[in-house]
Design a protein around this ligand. Structure first.
Ligand code: FEO
Length: 168
C-alpha cells in the first residue's frame, strides 16, 4: 500500500471514531431530555461507527500497514431540539459518504484494487446510513416537534439493536 493510501485510511479511522463519539454525545443529549428510544438509536449508531473504525483498523493490519491513532475531537454536547440533532446526523452521514468517495478516488489513482474492493462495502453502507438518517428525519419533521408524535417514534426506536457487520 502506498503512503498516501495508508495515511488516508488512518484518517478514516479517526473520522469513524469521531462519528462514534458524536452519536454517543447525541445519545447522552437524548437521555437528558428523556427520549430514551432516540438515545438507544444513537447508542447503536455509535456502536456501528466503532465497528466501521475497526474494519479500517483490521484492513490496514491485514495489508501490512501501520495503524496510527490520532486525537479524537470533542463532539458537540447540546442541540436545540431533536430535529436539529437528527438533521445533524444526516449531514454528518453525507460528510462521511464524501470521505468514502474520496478514499475510492485515491485507491483508483494509486491503482490499489484491493483497497478499492474493500471500500465498496462502505459505499453500500453509506447508502443505507443516509437512508436511515433521512427516514428518521422525515418522521421527526412530521411531528412538528409535538410531544405525542415524538413519543410514538421514541417507542419505536427503543427496538433498534446492534448487529455487528459481517467480516467480508
Ligand atoms: Fe461510519 Fe455512519 O458511517
Amino acid at each position: 500500500m502506498t503512503d498516501r493510501m495508508l495515511n488516508a485510511l488512518n484518517e478514516q479511522i479517526n473520522e469513524e471514531m469521531f462519528s462514534s463519539y458524536l452519536y454517543l454525545s447525541m445519545s447522552a443529549y437524548f437521555e437528558d431530555i428523556n427520549l430514551n428510544g432516540f438515545a438507544n438509536w444513537m447508542r447503536v449508531q455509535a456502536q456501528e461507527e466503532l465497528a466501521h473504525a475497526m474494519k479500517f483498523f483490521d484492513f490496514i493490519n491485514e495489508r501490512g500497514g501501520r495503524v496510527h491513532l490520532k486525537t479524537i475531537a470533542d463532539p458537540k454536547q447540546e442541540w436545540a431540539s431533536p430535529i436539529e440533532a437528527v438533521e445533524e446526523t444526516l449531514e454528518h452521514e453525507k460528510h462521511i459518504s464524501g470521505c468514502i468517495n474520496n478514499l475510492v478516488n485515491i485507491a483508483i489513482e494509486e491503482k490499489d484494487h484491493a483497497t478499492n474492493n474493500f471500500l465498496q462495502w462502505f459505499i453500500s453502507e453509506q447508502v443505507e446510513e443516509e437512508a436511515s438518517a433521512d427516514e428518521l428525519l422525515q418522521q421527526v419533521k412530521m411531528t412538528e416537534g409535538k410531544g405525542a408524535g415524538l413519543f410514538m417514534i421514541d417507542k419505536d426506536l427503543k427496538g433498534r439493536t446492534f448487529v455487528p457487520p459481517t467480516a467480508e
